[in-house]
Every structure is written in C-alpha cells, then in structure tokens.
Design a protein around this ligand. Sequence first.
Ligand SMILES: [Mn+2]
Length: 356
Amino acid sequence: MIKNRLDKLRLKLKEKGLDAVLLTKRENYIYISGFTGTFAYVFVTQNDAILLTDFRYVSQAEKQADLFEVVEYKGKILDSIKEVLQSKDIEKLGFEDDYITYNKYEEMKKNLLVKELIPLGSIIDNLRIIKDEDEIETIKKAVKIADDAFFHILNYIKPGVREFEIAAEIEYFMKKSGAKGPSFETIVASGYRSALPHGTASFKKIEKNEGVTLDFGCIYKDYCSDMTRTVFVGQPKEELLDIYNVVLNAQKSALEKAAKGLSGREIDLVARDIISKNGYGENFGHGLGHGVGLEVHEKPRLSTKSDDVMENNMVVTIEPGIYVNGVGGVRIEDIIVINDNNPIVLTASSKEIIVL
Ligand SMILES: [Mn+2]
C-alpha cells in the first residue's frame, strides 16, 4: 500500500524534474509514510525515504513507517534536514506551498542551501484523491459510527434540550464507539438557527414544531466521516416540509447521477437545477459536496466552479441545502464512493422525513 503510494510519488517527482520532496503536513506524511504521530519531516527521493522526528516518536515511526529510514533529530530540525539534503546532493526540492507558512519558507530558503525550492502544488492532494481499498474500509467505519450516533441522538432530541447538549452527546457517543473525536465542530442548528448553513451548536433550547439540522462526523483511524440530516420536533411549518422534499429530491437525483467521467460542476448542476426550478435557487448558496479522506474537506470539489472530474474510488459528499431566513433550513448529506454509473452510498441513515 505505502509502496504503491511511494511509487506514484516518485513518478510525479520524475515528471516535475524534482530531486526530492519534503513533507510536513500531517495528512500528507501519513499518506506517504504510514506514520501517524503529530510531528515529522518526511523526505523522499527516487532511492531514499527518510523520516525525521524527535525522541517522542522514534519507536512509533519505526513501527509504522517501515519503508522509511527513521532519523531522530537533536538540535535544530533544519540543520538535520540540511545534512540529509547535502549527503544526497539535492538541488531541486519540492515543498508544500499550500501549507508551509511564509516564515517557514524564508527559513528553509536561508538554511537548507538547496538551489531551488519548488512548490508541489496539488501533487500530493491529487495522489490522495482516489482511495484504495483499505482507505474505503476505514472511511466506512467512520461513516458507520456517525450513522449509529444519528440513530442514538434521535431519542435525545426533545423540547427543552439545548443544542450544545445534543452536540456533546453526539461527540461522546462517537468517542465511545472508537472515534478519535469529531471531524469538525458539530453543527446543531434548530428553528430559526437552521437557516444558518453552518450554525455550530449554541445555548438555544429545542422548541416544539421546529426543525433541527445536525451536521457532524468523526475521525476513525485518521479518516473522516461527514453527514447531515434535518429532523423535525412536532409539526413544522408547511413551507419547511416543502423545502425538505425539494432538498431530498435534489439530493437523491444528484447522488444517482454521480458517475465516473462527470465533472464536479455537472453533478452540482443536477441538484441546483431542481432547487432553482422550485424557486429556491438563491437559497442554495454553497457547493454540492467535497472529497472526504484524511481531511474532512479535500479534493475533489463538487460546485459550480469545479472542473474536477470524477473517477472510480473517489469518496465524496452530496449535500444540497436550502436556507430561508425566518422559515429555517434543510440540508441532507451522504457520503458516496464513485463507481462507474452506480455510486456506492456509504451513509445508511434514513432520509425520509423524521418527526420526533
Ligand atoms: Mn460536508
């Protein structure tokens, strides 16, 4: 698995004319090396794979990154890296331009003494975009934990309970089920607050006859899940139920159309057309979805601006929503795996109207 990823990275290095890459973004070095600790500099050339870390992580790195030579650095990390670069005659070094701070870049330029520091752009993101079997299995577990948490929380949502209590219960449940934690700040947006697309849980109490949007996910073995459901407590306004049916129709249609070869824009348009035709075009102000993996939001993007083309084994969300001030909002989100013309839906929670 790691061998395969290293081979692909080395091919990219060749294409780009790079002698080596230096990775420090955690998701990227997990992907390339297998090491999951929070601190490492991962260095890869055509012939070498070296992981520099400190005392805390040496034995973990040796175990997890078994295709890498693990070097424990003492003193300044950039001095250790400079030594490695000089011993390997590196002239063109790729770095993570979308992650390294300006300060770090200046420091690297001054201290590493390589001829050229070359931005990697999306090279690593593009390697991570198609998931292998192990990754899909891990994501399935993360999705299952979130599905179970949704089922669990339905008994907990009632008038008088505060949004943050619901968020805490969801997160506690997920952690007890083996998750490392939530994959982002849990969204619980009830009543008028459900018109906020990203209303993280507040002190507001759930009231009778309103909707509650729950958007949450967990991290399981470093892979993320992400799901959204809107449920109702008592009898919601007629318009909110109409909105629910429009969102559900848009969500199902886009999900069914999601296929290999289509762009993120084309799939987004399927949902957007349905929502617009029902008069809510202005109320769907975000993209349809995004890739999910080591990061909860990663490539590919599904939006009006996305040229990303779907390929098999990309894992993406489909999450249209409608938000109307004074009425409320509805969003429905599933995770799917692109699979020719038959996407595999990982999220198992019901999408039918749930009235509590
Ligand atoms: Mn999402």
